[in-house]
Write a protein that binds this ligand. Structure first.
Ligand code: S3P
Length: 172
C-alpha cells in the first residue's frame, strides 16, 4: 500500500482532508478533478457541457491508470470516479481506500452555495443528492475504511485518516 485514496460523495471534504493528510505524511497531494481540469484547460462544468459526462469519465479512467505508477501520494478522487469498477479495482491495488461519508442533508448544507458541480445543476438538487448517494452507497461501502465526517471538522477527520493509515501500514 504505497498510496492513500479518498473516495466519497461531493462535499464530504476529500480535497481539504487530503491536503492535510498529505502534509502530515510528507506525501504528494493529487486531486483528480484538478489534474483533469488543468490538462483539459477547462473546468469540470465546461467538460460536461462541451464533451459530455462520458468524456469526463474517460478522462478519469485514463488518469486512474496512470496513478498505478505513483508512490507516496494522497489521491482525492471525484465523487463519481470509483463508480467504475475498473477504477476502484485499480486504486485498490496500490492504495488504502478511505471513504468519507455524510448524510444527504449534511452534503446539501455543504454544497448548496457552490455552483461548480454540473451534476447538481438540477431543478431539485436535494433529491438528486439523495438518489445519487443511494445509488453509489454500495460502491462507497466497499472502501477499506468508512469514515463519518458529519460531526467532525476537516482537521479531526484528517487525524482519524492518519491514524487508520498508520494502523494499516506501520510506519516505514
Ligand atoms: C462528481 C463529483 C465532482 C466532479 C464531477 C462529478 C460526481 O467531484 O468529479 O463534478 O460524479 O460525484 P467532487 O466529488 O470533488 O465534488
Amino acid at each position: 500500500m504505497r498510496n492513500l485514496a479518498l473516495i466519497g460523495f461531493m462535499g464530504t471534504g476529500k480535497s481539504s482532508v487530503g491536503r492535510l493528510v498529505a502534509e502530515a505524511l510528507h506525501f504528494t497531494f493529487l486531486d483528480t478533478d484538478e489534474v483533469i481540469t488543468t490538462r483539459a484547460g477547462k473546468s469540470v462544468g465546461e467538460i460536461f457541457a462541451q464533451e459530455g459526462e462520458a468524456a469526463f469519465r474517460e478522462r478519469e479512467k485514463l488518469l486512474v491508470e496512470e496513478l498505478a505508477k505513483r508512490d507516496k501520494t494522497v489521491i482525492a478522487t471525484g465523487g463519481g470516479l470509483p463508480v467504475n469498477p475498473e477504477n476502484f479495482a485499480s486504486l485498490k491495488k496500490h492504495a488504502l481506500i478511505v471513504c468519507l461519508w455524510a448524510s444527504p442533508e449534511k452534503i446539501w448544507e455543504r454544497v448548496r452555495h457552490q455552483s461548480h458541480r454540473p451534476l447538481l445543476q438540477d431543478p431539485d438538487p436535494q433529491a438528486k443528492i439523495k438518489s445519487l448517494l443511494e445509488a453509489r452507497k454500495p460502491v462507497y461501502q466497499k472502501a477499506d475504511i468508512l469514515m463519518n465526517t458529519e460531526v467532525r471538522s476537516c482537521r479531526e477527520v484528517a487525524q482519524q485518516v492518519l491514524h487508520q493509515f498508520h494502523s494499516a501500514r506501520p510506519r516505514q
